[in-house]
Design a protein around this ligand. Structure first.
Ligand code: 8YV
Length: 325
């Protein structure tokens, strides 16, 4: 048996993560196994750490196969596909990658907002299709004088709001509770926020607590001039209701970086010209992905050197009260 801690990756990760882990750990790859069951039966009991990409499912049945697991290090700030509370009950700590991606995702959110309002990709397509000599590109909506609502004023939501201040637009927000240290108007209900703004930007974490939160009623409240921008999780928006609202013109447009069943995007969305669709690239730069990978590595090294996790999630606080060793 190896004296080096044994780690499992469920899917391929950024190459630098594997390279940085290899000197200190024995790395196993579940996706490389031809027989997943036989692999987990043999290797599972020796696994002490998991390194996972955001959106990889870590559920009770998988945790059952890993009885000596100590830590799940997630590559991503969102960890809605990890059963974190269940992991906590089993004494397993879960870490994510906050802060290192905040500004990058906020930048992308602003880019997506402008692209959607001013139809930047559509204008690019128009030029490339050789249509400019026929007649000028049609006039678009404007960000001027618009009110922007943010659903989820966490780290990324705040970074977006700060950027919006520079654009001279009014910002309001909805979340579980008002936050005392911000100058933005709080709306206790999401429908109330949607009614009060022209643009709703979704930045709330995914998971059971936010599933389908942006539903037909919220979209109706946003109204026929309204825009929806989502850089959080597809699950936060009722995608069928969104498609229906866009098709019927009950909202004006949408800019989406995330979808309910990634990487699959409903054909009816793709068919609509008033939406800007991105393949989940919010954190997708060389610099930020490298920083996220480094934080995954640093969490694992810190843990196995006995210094505890660097960025544990809320469900598995550290140091933990109670039973955890
Ligand atoms: C993912 C993300 O990490 O951080 C998150 O929650 O959604 C992204 O940054 C990315 O999809 C890589 O898996």
């Amino acid at each position: 048996m190896s004296l080096r801690p044994e780690l499992l990756m469920l899917k391929p990760m950024l190459a630098s993560v594997g390279e940085a882990l290899t000197p200190a750990f024995d790395l196993h790859r579940l996706d490389a196994a031809t027989d997943r069951d036989a692999f987990l039966a043999e290797v599972g009991p020796r696994i002490r750490g998991l390194a996972v990409n955001a959106q990889a499912v870590v559920d009770g049945p998988l945790l059952d196969r890993l009885p000596n697991l100590e830590i799940v290090a997630n590559f991503g700030v969102g960890y809605d596909t990890i059963a974190a509370a269940e992991a906590g009950r089993r004494g397993v700590v879960v870490t994510n990658t906050p802060d290192v991606l905040t500004d990058e995702v906020a930048d992308l959110a602003i880019g997506l907002l402008l692209a959607t309002v001013r139809q930047i990709p559509q204008a690019d397509r128009y030029l490339r299709a050789g249509r400019w000599p026929e007649k000028p590109f049609p006039l678009t909506a404007s960000l001027r004088g618009r009110r922007i609502g943010i659903l989820g004023l966490g780290r990324i939501g705040r970074a977006i709001a700060r950027r919006l201040e520079g654009f001279g637009v009014a910002v309001a927000y909805h979340g579980r509770r008002p936050q005392g240290d911000v100058p933005y108007a709080y709306h206790p209900t999401l429908v109330g926020l949607a009614q009060a703004v022209h643009v709703l930007m979704v930045v709330a974490p995914g998971g059971a607590g936010t599933d389908g939160l942006v539903d037909a009623a919220v979209l109706a409240a946003l109204g026929p001039e309204g825009l929806l921008i989502n850089v959080a999780r597809g699950s936060v928006v009722d995608e069928a209701a969104l498609v229906a609202a866009l098709e019927a013109g009950t909202i004006h447009a949408a800019g989406l970086d995330v979808f309910a069943a990634e990487p699959h995007v409903p054909e009816r969305l793709v068919a609509l010209d008033r939406v800007v669709l991105l393949p989940h690239v919010g954190s997708g730069t060389h610099e930020t992905r490298a920083a996220m990978g480094q934080l995954v590595v640093d969490n694992l090294i810190s843990w196995f050197e006995g210094r505890g996790p660097l960025t544990p999630v809320a469900e598995t606080p550290w140091p933990a009260a109670g039973a955890r060793a």
